[in-house]
Design a protein around this ligand. Sequence first.
Ligand code: 13P
Ligand code: SF4
Length: 344
Amino acid sequence: MKTIDRIFEIKKELGEDLLILAHHYQNDDIISTADFVGDSLKLAQYAQKNKRAKYIVFCGVYFMSETADILTEDYQRVLQPAITAGCPMADMADMKQAERAWEIITEELGCDIVPITYVNSKAEVKAFCGNRGGTTVTSGNAARVVDWGLKQNKVILFLPDRNLGRNTAYDLGIPLECMAEYDPRLEKLEYSCKKEDVRIVLWKGHCHVHHNITVKQIEDVRRIHPDAEIIVHPECRFEITRAADGKGSTEYLIDRVKNGKAGSKWVVGTEHNLVKRLKDTYTDKEVYILDTSSVCTNMNKTDAENLLETLEDILKGNFEKQVVVDKTIAQGALRSLETMLSLV
Ligand code: 13P
Ligand code: SF4
């Protein structure tokens, strides 16, 4: 029997005990078997709402499975088919580094801090934020959450994605010179304004898949397709988001193409699986990828074979691929996630 057919057979057998969640960057085989596909925000909300499934199989990367484990009940197990699929950006910040940054920023700026972490982060970093009155943020709610942070009259520590922090704060009216940067490896805070004018400290972390997109690529595309709309993910560098025609979460990118007029042209700066799917789905439009090297190797570790293996394991009562967040860390992380979910 074909792998995909067996997956559907097990899905039928497990019924509502099983929930397969997939991020938009997963390949077509995985998307075809998923019960729900979404961006990080929608996946977190969906996982939190579902109280029926005993087994939640998360086709994505580790921070997403951790988030699902934190938001679900104790009787629900979260399993990840490609258990080694992490996110290099999430690995650019840990709790120790965050604590050190807190000391340095407080000492140098003499200010109160509200920490905001992108959901693309370790559970311990989410706990660090939750335990200090902070929250999490996704690319789908960044403006609302950062605005909430700015209204606290404290300096925001935004981690680990410098680009998302800068792009969002700038849109909310924070001048670039009022944004400091913190390098966790050098333990160094840098800023060019007066220290009392710093509004946000950006952690020097990034996603290589989006960070590597260049302005030259946008200029080239404008020459070749002058009538195309260029839309990018906000993990791209500041210059890229300014040169593009729009930016937003994976959900936003999908909506823009979906709602575009027949015959319209789109150039999309994000992971190739999603762009390929947009091209194959919206055949009445022209869809191109901005940078053909935009491949997230971690998102691509999940395939039909390891998904099937996970499902067969469930039938055998083998939960080796379960993602379990330590209880104490989960408590703090839940606090930060709940604050975010209450804001959207
Ligand atoms: P979204 O939340 O926009 O889906 O992005 C997740 C991600 O990992 C992007 O690199
Ligand atoms: Fe992490 Fe970037 Fe991959 Fe998203 S695309 S999971 S941010 S490495």
